[in-house]
Write a protein that binds this ligand. Structure first.
Ligand SMILES: Nc1ncnc2c1ncn2[C@@H]1O[C@H](COP(=O)(O)OP(=O)(O)OP(=O)(O)O)[C@@H](O)[C@H]1O
Length: 319
C-alpha cells in the first residue's frame, strides 16, 4: 500500500500504460485509466481496441511495455500477491476443468483459496451458483455448458468471496437478452454492496445504463473518460421533426429562423441540433407558421453518438 493520501481514492489508476506486441503492433497506447472507488466503470470500445490487453495488464497477466498500474492503491505487479485476493476477475479462458461439473469446479477454486473456510464451502458455492442463475445446471459438466453458461460460471467464481474490485471482461458475451439483463442486475447489486466494478463491452447500449463512469477506447487509445452524464452531455441533443415532403423547405426556413443548428434530412424527418432552444418553441413556431406537424422527437446523445463524433467512425467497424 502507498501511504500517501489521494492514491487510495481510486480503485484503478494507470499511468502511460502501453503494450507493444512482438509484431510491433501497439495494442494499448499510453492510457491513463482512472476508476474512482465505488464506481461502475464501463470500459467501452469496439473489438480489437485494446480492452482485454489492458485488463490483462491490470491483473499482471501481461507485462506492460511501459507505464504503471495501481489497484486499490497498491502497485501491480510488485504488490500483486497482497492486493489480487481483493480483486475478482472475469477474463477470457478461465481455468475451468472440462470434465467436472459447475459445482465441482467452484469447489476446486474455493479450495485453492487458503483463506476460505472449508466448513462453509457448500454454502458459498451454492450461493454463488444461485446468484448467477446456474443452480439448475450445477451438476452438468463444464464442457457441455453453452457459452452463456460458461460466462455465468466465470462470474460465479468472482463472487465466491467478498471483493473490493471486480474486473469483468465482456461478461455479457454469449448471453441472450435475458442473461444480459441478469448480468446488469448483478453488477448493480455488487456495486450497491460497495464493490467497485470495471466492466468492458463492445456493445455500448448493453452496458451504458448501469455505469456511473465510462472510458471509451479506440485503436489502443483512451479517447475520453469520466462521469457518464458529463460525457453524454458533450454530445448534441437533436430535435427530429416530421412533416410532409412538400413542406420540408418551409420547415427548414422556420428552423433556421429559430437559430437551431444546421439541419439535415433523415428519411422523412428533418433533424437539427437543438442548441439552447426549448423544444416547445420549435413546436409553436412550426404549427404557428401553418406547417402540419406529423411528429416531433427530442433525441439526447448516446455514448455511441459521442464515439462517432470523436472518431468519425461507427462503433462497430473501427479496428
Ligand atoms: N498476443 C498478441 N500479439 C499480437 N497482437 C495482439 C496480441 N493480443 C492482442 N493483439 C492485438 O492488439 C489489439 C488489441 O486487442 P485486445 O484483445 O486487447 O482488444 P479488445 O478491445 O479486448 O477486443 P475484443 O473486444 O475483440 O476482445 C488487437 O488489434 C489485437 O489483434
Amino acid at each position: 500500500m502507498t501511504g500517501a493520501g489521494g492514491a487510495t481514492d481510486s480503485a484503478v489508476r494507470t499511468r502511460g500504460l502501453t503494450k507493444r506486441f512482438r509484431s510491433g503492433q501497439v495494442g494499448v497506447d499510453g492510457i491513463d485509466l482512472l476508476v474512482p472507488r465505488g464506481a461502475v466503470y464501463g470500459f467501452l470500445g469496439p473489438n480489437g481496441s485494446g480492452k482485454t490487453t489492458t485488463i490483462r495488464m491490470l491483473l499482471g497477466l501481461v507485462a506492460p511495455t511501459a507505464g504503471t498500474v495501481e489497484l486499490l492503491g497498491a502497485s501491480v505487479p510488485a504488490d500483486a500477491r497482497s492486493v489480487l485476493p481483493r480483486v475478482g476477475a472475469l477474463v477470457e479462458g478461465p481455468a475451468f476443468h472440462p470434465y467436472l461439473d459447475g459445482r465441482a469446479n467452484l469447489e476446486r477454486l474455493d479450495a485453492a483459496d487458503a483463506t476460505a473456510d472449508p466448513r462453509s464451502r457448500d454454502r458459498r458455492v451454492g450461493a454463488a451458483l444461485e446468484r448467477v442463475g446456474l443452480a439448475a445446471a450445477a451438476a452438468k459438466r463444464y464442457r457441455q455448458y453453452s457459452l452463456g453458461m460458461k460466462q455465468r460460471l466465470g462470474l460465479a467464481a468472482t463472487l465466491l468471496r467478498p471483493r473490493d474490485l471486480l474486473l469483468l471482461d465482456e461478461p455479457t458475451n454469449g448471453l441472450d437478452p435475458q442473461g444480459t439483463r441478469e448480468v446488469r442486475a448483478l453488477v448493480r447489486e455488487v456495486a450497491a454492496a460497495g464493490t467497485t466494478v470495471l466492466v468492458s463491452s463492445h456493445l455500448l447500449s448493453e452496458i451504458e445504463q448501469v455505469c456511473s463512469h465510462v472510458g471509451i477506447m479506440s485503436r489502443g487509445s483512451l479517447l475520453v473518460q469520466g462521469a457518464r452524464e458529463e460525457i453524454a452531455d458533450a454530445g448534441t441533443t437533436e430535435v427530429r421533426v416530421a412533416v410532409r415532403p412538400d413542406q420540408r423547405d418551409h420547415l427548414a426556413r422556420v428552423v433556421g429562423d429559430l437559430g437551431l443548428g444546421e439541419p439535415r434530412v433523415d428519411g422523412d424527418v428533418l433533424v437539427a441540433p437543438l442548441g439552447g432552444v426549448a423544444v416547445e418553441k420549435v413546436a409553436q413556431a412550426v404549427v404557428g407558421d401553418g406547417i402540419d406537424l406529423l411528429g416531433l422527437e427530442v433525441r439526447r446523445p448516446t455514448l455511441e453518438d459521442v464515439f462517432v463524433r470523436l472518431t468519425g467512425e461507427g462503433f462497430d467497424v473501427a479496428r
